[in-house]
Design a protein around this ligand. Sequence first.
Ligand SMILES: Cc1cc2nc3c(=O)[nH]c(=O)nc-3n(C[C@H](O)[C@H](O)[C@H](O)COP(=O)(O)OP(=O)(O)OC[C@H]3O[C@@H](n4cnc5c(N)ncnc54)[C@H](O)[C@@H]3O)c2cc1C
Length: 480
Amino acid sequence: LAESFDVVVVGAGVVGSAIAWRLSFEDVSVLLLEAGHDVGEGSSKANSAITASGYDTKPGTLETDLIRASNPRWESISTSLDVPFERVGSLVLAFDEEEAQRLGSLAEEAAANGVESEIVSGDRAREMAAAASVEAVAALHVPDEGIVDAPRLVTAYAELAARNRVEVRTSCRVTEFVRADDGRVEAVRLGAETIAVGAVVNAAGLGAGEISAAAGGEEFEMWPRRGQFLLIDREIGRTLTKILASIPTERTRGVLAVPTTNRTVLFGPTAEDREDRGDRATEPETLDSVFAQASRLFPSVRREQVIKSFSGLRPASQRTYRVEISELVPNLVQAAGIRSTGVSSSPALADYVCELLRDIGIVDRPRRNCRRALDRVPRLAEMTSEEIEALLAHEPGYGQIVCACEHVSAAEIHAALRGTVPVTSLDAVRKRTRASGGRCQGAYCQAGIAFLLSLQRDYPPAGVRQGGPGSTLGVAQIDG
Ligand SMILES: Cc1cc2nc3c(=O)[nH]c(=O)nc-3n(C[C@H](O)[C@H](O)[C@H](O)COP(=O)(O)OP(=O)(O)OC[C@H]3O[C@@H](n4cnc5c(N)ncnc54)[C@H](O)[C@@H]3O)c2cc1C
């Protein structure tokens, strides 16, 4: 065989990328394979980006354990990966006495999971978050909930892994494995190439059922649970200082108002079981209902302050958190069914998978001389004018603003384009820098970003893509 790796991780969402990041600190060779044109194009692309505390998940489950183990680590992880994070806390609002009674059982559930929470009056809730509805009569405050730039987290996990010599291959869909007589996976076949493997980690999200079956592992189904969102402009969004939630139902946390790390706000998500894995559509009636529910929590938002609607697909399955060594294939590690909390659990989940690989003799000792952190890229939006002036004196590229809504400079985009994981589309630039993610949604800045992308990667203008193959910008090649 031409090549061999100790571990092949299939799927570079937040789960697979975090696993690759974690394994990059161990003395193993790792190949991370992703079907999409970039990392983080699946469920991890569109979510509420909350780093949950675990106050409302089922006690005693692996999900709760991994969220709890991850939660205290966010300050250090976000610093080392240069990813925006804030421990803003959540308020679950009760609008009448009956709902206020329910807060008591929520607080008990939080305590059972070891999560700190406090029931407060409506007035106290508004002291903590002035934007919260005047109609709220009481609230449960959960201080340890946070928000993170989730797309950037995924790209940062993969980027640090790649800098530590994990090989990351995008646009690479895995369909076939070679099995040995003893039931182990011996190799992964990628077209004409056959790559020998010590172990396979199945982190393929919605594709995890097919990967398990192809590797000879357990049979299970995966389907998308769609969540629709509205994105609210920063003009009003910046007034929201905490995550606002309604009382959860049996099935979901309900619709939320979630501040983002760049001061916009998310209204949503819904939870709709679907069949079509490609269906990221949004529906006007559903969005009307999302707006009505979320603006009950955060009433000062007007409909014209919505700048975008979008949806994400949770990787749902009969069993959530199927994270184990396959019973059928001794060197296949399942990391599947991470439906609703994969961002929140990703650091500890990655540790857990690393330990499973240690149990089967793949991981043995730490790697020496690996990087633990990415270099910090200055972000103008977070700097004072004195800091900006000092920066511009020696880095003039930061003075060239490309995305005015998000204050993203040419230098930040260049830094993203120089990453070890190749950046080949406008969506990939947006994930790493927020450029085109603001009020104009690219209407003004897309041409500038496309220009930088075409220069850096030597694409002709018509070759610049919005996302995956086929999504060109419609820029015609003009000859003569
Ligand atoms: C609406 C919504 C709101 C959410 N809110 C939150 C939240 O606030 N906090 C939180 O913690 N979590 C949240 N989540 C959940 C979180 O997004 C998921 O748990 C997480 O993204 C799952 O990550 P993953 O890596 O398992 O899947 P994915 O991100 O889908 O990654 C799997 C990857 O595998 C690739 N793949 C599939 N098949 C193959 C193949 N054959 N070969 C190669 N690659 C393959 C896919 O292209 C994909 O990139 C939310 C999810 C949604 C949809």
